[in-house]
Design a protein around this ligand. Structure first.
Ligand code: ADP
Ligand code: ASP
Ligand code: MG
Length: 424
């Protein structure tokens, strides 16, 4: 007997037939004698629809400001998961399985107060463990918890992955299975590069980079939690026949295992390519080149919760003036420019220029630590395709390159093939 947490994403619960199929996956594990808890997302497209309604409400009223209350955002967008958890409970009950839906506040899954992007602080696992012991399958609504203000808080887009891993950690599950619409983690997004290969295993650090650099197959925070709490996490497909051979394999289920790097025998230099669309670049021209300038720029941006990513500062020719360029998500450009102009006197720059619609492509691999020339290979390959590089950042295990939006797919494919990641 094992204890398993199974998470099903939006496309896996997109309609009643898919929910029926999900119920068959759950039944397989229950019939095998395992203790099971399930986490579900909203039906695919539902959360986007709800977010759209929230954003449109002030416009319909004709309000001066597009801003809305984050607590009400959470009250609205968390509703999608409430529906699917109830539907899956009914499906399982109809199959003769003892199942019950649970909302985040009922567990409770305690979060911090950052409505819209809350972090899980604590999960009381004892009650779920007791119910599992009594043979009940808990169907938990993903993406939501209870804030310190006793209101529903959501965990940021893609947050059901994090709900699942956090619950797996809380109940000390033997395994956390993230079921989605692809059969594992690939060397790059298989929708962009059909030659992408499925990885049997990927190290936590690499998956963390892949996720934070744009591969949305797992929410970043879920990978952090899996790494810290050593949760054995698999990414696998919900679309396969639930009763196909091997689907119920306890130790080696089909899919990709996220694990410690020591578990990976043959480590490639490059493991994967990720991309993030909708990046924007802001350049401050003719800045004073003196101590404190960076603090004057990035302090106020941070206070306004604007996520700054790549930063490039030029060396000034005469030691007095320089240029500073950095990237922010496209959606934050207007806000960032406003913050900068509000602080223009303190910062001391001439003009602020911005460009949206850029893409960041990244090469990721633990093997880079011990190999030289990985970056040069990328630069050469992109140059051969005539792709211009706007900014570069590197760390021990990744290289990120900023390029013009229209070249995104070509760049991903070029990098994928130049490191020999294409299948055969
Ligand atoms: P879910 O709704 O199940 O949470 P998501 O849409 O959030 O699913 O994540 C799955 C998607 O992630 C896949 O359909 C795929 O297009 C995308 N993806 C991006 N990069 C990768 C990758 N390296 N490996 C697998 N899938 C990836
Ligand atoms: N339904 C939420 C979203 O679309 C959470 C999730 O699917 O993980 O972001
Ligand atoms: Mg997801």
């Amino acid at each position: 007997m094992a204890r398993i947490v199974m998470k099903f994403g939006g496309t896996s619960v997109a309609d009643l037939d898919r929910i029926k199929n999900v119920a068959r996956h759950v039944k397989r594990e229950v019939d095998a004698g395992h203790e099971v808890a399930v986490v579900v997302s909203a039906m695919s497209g539902k959360t986007n629809e709800l977010v759209g309604w929230v954003q449109n409400m002030p416009k319909v009223i004709g309000a001066n400001s597009p801003f809305y209350d984050a607590r009400e955002y959470d009250a609205i967008v968390a509703s999608g998961e409430q529906v699917t958890s109830g539907l899956l409970a009914i499906a399982l009950q109809s199959m003769g399985i003892n199942a019950r839906s649970w909302q985040g506040w009922q567990i409770p899954i305690r979060t911090d107060n950052a409505h819209g992007a809350a972090r899980i602080m604590e999960i009381e696992g004892a009650d779920i463990i007791k119910r599992m012991g009594e043979g009940q399958v808990a169907i938990v609504a993903g993406f939501q918890g209870l804030g310190p203000d006793n209101r529903i808080a959501t965990l940021g887009r893609g947050g059901s992955d994090t709900s699942a891993v956090a619950i797996a950690a809380a109940v000390k599950a033997d395994r956390c299975d993230i079921y989605t619409d692809v059969d594992g983690v690939y060397t790059t997004d298989p929708r962009i590069e059909p030659k992408a290969r499925r990885l049997k295993k990927i190290a936590f650090e690499e998956m963390l980079e892949m996720a934070s650099l744009g591969a949305k197959v797992l929410q970043v925070r879920s990978v952090e939690l899996a790494m810290v709490h050593k949760v054995r996490t698999f990414v696998r497909s919900s679309f396969e026949d639930p009763d196909a051979p091997g689907m119920g394999d306890l130790l080696n289920p089909p899919g990709t295992l996220i694990c410690d790097e020591d578990e990976i025998v043959e480590q490639e230099v490059v493991t994967g390519i990720a991309y993030a669309k909708d990046e924007a670049q802001i350049s401050l021209r003719r800045l004073a080149d003196r101590p404190g300038v960076s603090a004057a720029i990035f302090g106020p941006l941070a206070e306004s919760h604007i996520n700054v990513d790549m930063i490039v500062q030029n060396i000034s020719e005469d030691g007095s003036k320089t240029d500073m360029t950095f990237t922010v998500p496209s959606g934050d450009v207007e806000k960032a420019i406003k913050v900068l102009s509000d602080n223009k006197d303190k910062i001391g720059y001439d003009v602020a220029q911005s460009e949206s619609g850029l893409v960041k492509v990244s090469v990721i691999g633990i093997g880079m630590r011990s190999h030289a020339g990985v970056a040069a290979t990328a630069f050469r390959a992109l140059a051969e395709k005539g792709i211009n590089i706007k900014a570069i950042t590197t760390s021990e295990i990744k290289i990120s390159i900023l390029i013009d939006g229209p070249y995104a797919e070509l760049a991903v494919r070029t990098l994928h093939s130049c490191y020999g990641l294409d299948k055969n």
